[in-house]
Design a binder for this molecule. Structure first.
Ligand code: ATP
Ligand code: MG
Length: 606
């Protein structure tokens, strides 16, 4: 009973999924209108080839029988018929190849189109979406669908062709005897229902397995990654990973085998019914020919038509079921495309202020990450004045990086407001706002691209201006690193690609810093940009930083007090709020958290 409920529930779900077909057809059309049009046109032409060929065969057979039975001379007409059938066969086989060619063109175009659309859309979504595993599963499925759903396009094309072929043949059968057609359809229907049922179960299974497949992918990547290799070896993690991988994949395998077995048994039984229907029709036609109510040519025609019509009808049903099945998968792709970012520019958004006059202000800001009950920021008030350099400090997990994400509007606060020159950040045009912000995050990107590209990502429009890139590299001391590389600015960084060279943590940091300087923004934020730098480099970097940011607002986060004390003002974050705020001397004098932390660090140097 439960199984039955699932069956019918599944059906309504599948029919709903067919609603996805039109939007997907639109995507297919957009990816290559001319190819789609030509493909359809040629399929229309091909679809009547079988009927034409059979009919000519009938005429030929009848003519031959006539000649033989009545001892007549051969008429030239007979040879014309043979030539006609030859021409049709030739034409049909060339058309089939042309259609294959168009299909493969469309496949490439569609994959490319969808991949680009998925990339585009993924980049527009909120950062917050990436913290949601459900989103990840959906993105994963959408990504797979970008390449795996080609079958659907071909199924649709084929369906058009099969429907016309089956219809033309069926009508011709119907004209001879409606019973024949009924027999055929009755034979095929059960197989179709069975196939669809299993296709649906397959989808449900894939859907269920996505989280496990993601884990498997992660383990596979981890097992083969260069970054992990050191720890995997030294910690002896190989067996641990392999055991986990085996356990998870066994689970998937067992489920798959179970389904495949049931499908095999049910499919075999149901297709026997189809074969039975076909032979019953066959017997009926032979019987009528023997009784003299059909000619031998008609017998040939009908048996051919029955074979082909039943094959085509079967294919129509299986195409339909595969389209419905694929359409279910597309639910995820379309749902992914329908996800809208909430962090976006309003209509008539304001341009970012140039210059910034009053600076950034947090007013009673609270924030928690989705799915987490703990508030990271609780009613935080904080002001970064224009032209001011503020050091933000606090222990691990106090919310420093989170504050940066709110200030740069990668997230919106749950409560309260972040203001720029007295105006809520949400009022500004997002891209224009981002243009005024240069930020290097703690977990900045190490692009596996050339040194030049690694710097230019800070202002990608200027990638051709090598002089500009070099100036930025000088400021961040990245130029010394790059001078030492064999191919200098054209050196491929990272080990992923041929001739790539890896850098040390501190060297990467200098490169990343160059991006921030290249950016030429009004607000510069460095989230522990010097954590991997040696003492001398750090000192130099910060001296330059002080010079380079005069007249700009700057916020930097550091756990090193030697760096922190260079700031105009120091802000201590604790328990979701600003706990202390003032100059180095003032805070030492206060004798609070800052003084404690400073003492702790200073003591270890004595
Ligand atoms: N993406 C996230 N999803 C859920 N919780 C998060 C996320 N990022 C950070 N948190 C939590 O928010 C709190 C603040 O994190 P945040 O990264 O802002 O700390 P931080 O002050 O920058 O720490 P650190 O000095 O280690 O860089 C932490 O408790 C952390 O566990
Ligand atoms: Mg941090």
């Amino acid at each position: 009973m439960a199984e039955e409920g699932k069956f019918w529930g599944g059906w309504s779900e599948r029919l709903t999924a067919l609603r996805n077909v039109p939007p997907v057809l639109r995507i297919v059309w957009q990816s290559g209108p001319i190819v789609v049009f030509l493909g359809l046109f040629f399929r229309l032409v091909t679809s009547v080839v079988p009927l034409g060929a059979l009919w000519i065969t009938k005429l030929i057979v009848d003519a031959v029988v006539d000649i033989v039975s009545r001892h007549q001379p051969v008429k030239p007409m007979l040879w014309w018929l043979v030539a006609g059938e030859f021409a049709i066969a030739l034409f049909g086989s060339i058309l089939a190849r042309v259609i294959d060619y168009l299909d493969s063109l469309l496949a490439d175009k569609y994959t490319r189109h969808i991949s680009i659309q998925v990339m585009k859309h993924a980049s527009e979504l909120d950062l917050i979406a990436y913290e949601d595993p459900v989103f990840y599963d959906r993105l994963e499925r959408a990504r797979v669908q970008a390449t795996d759903r080609l079958g659907m396009i071909q199924s649709i094309g084929r369906l058009v062709q099969q429907v016309i072929t089956a219809a033309s043949l069926s009508i011709s059968i119907l004209l001879f005897s409606p019973w024949l057609l009924l027999l055929l359809i009755a034979g095929i229907l059960p197989a179709f229902l069975g196939e669809s049922h299993f296709a649906f179960l397959g989808y449900a299974r894939n859907f269920r397995q996505t989280p496990i497949r993601r884990q498997l992918d992660y383990l596979r990547v981890l097992g083969g990654s260069r970054e992990a290799a050191k720890e995997l070896k030294l910690f002896g993690l190989k067996d641990f990973l392999i055991t986990r991988f085996t356990r998870l994949s066994n689970h998937i395998y067992a489920e798959n085998v179970d389904l495949a077995r049931r499908r095999l048994i049910a499919g075999s039984l149901l297709s026997m019914i189809g074969t039975l229907g076909y032979y019953a029709a066959y017997v009926y036609v032979i019987w009528r020919t023997v009784m003299g109510s059909l000619t031998i040519g008609t017998l040939t025609f009908l048996t051919g038509a029955i074979v082909q019509a039943s094959a085509n009808l079967q294919q129509v049903f299986s195409s339909l079921s595969s389209i419905a099945d694929q359409a279910l998968f597309l639910t995820d792709l379309l749902a992914f495309f329908e996800m809208q970012p909430t962090i976006r520019s309003k209509p008539n958004a304001l341009p970012a202020p140039r210059p910034i006059v009053r600076g950034f202000e947090f007013r009673n800001v609270s924030f928690s990450y989705p799915g987490a009950s703990r508030m990271v920021l609780k009613g935080l008030d904080f002001h970064l004045h224009a032209g001011e350099r503020v050091a933000l400090i606090g222990e691990n997990g106090e919310g420093k990086t989170t504050l940066v994400k709110l200030m740069t509007r990668l997230y919106d606060p749950v409560e309260g407001q972040v203001l720029l020159d007295g105006v809520d950040l949400r009022e500004f045009d997002l891209e224009d706002l981002y243009r005024e912000i240069g930020v290097i995050f703690q977990d900045f990107m190490r692009y596996e691209m050339t040194a030049r590209e690694n710097i230019a990502v800070g202002r990608i429009d200027e990638i051709e201006d090598l002089a500009l890139l070099k100036t930025a590299a000088d400021k961040s001391m990245a130029s010394e690193v790059i001078e030492r590389l064999p191919r200098h600015y054209d050196q491929m960084l990272g080990r992923r690609f041929d001739k790539g060279v890896d850098l040390s943590g501190g060297e990467w940091q200098k490169i990343a810093l160059a991006r921030a300087y290249l950016r030429d923004a009004q607000l510069l934020i460095l989230d522990e940009p010097t954590a991997a730098l040696d003492a001398r480099s750090e000192f130099e970097v910060f001296q330059r930083f002080a010079e380079l940011t005069t007249g700009k607002s700057a916020l930097f986060i550091s756990h090193r007090f030697s760096t922190v004390r260079m700031a105009d003002r120091i802000v201590v974050l604790h328990d979701g709020r600003v706990a202390e705020d003032g100059s180095h001397e003032a805070l030492l004098h206060l004798g609070g958290r800052y003084a404690d932390m400073f003492e702790l660090q200073a003591a270890s140097y004595r």
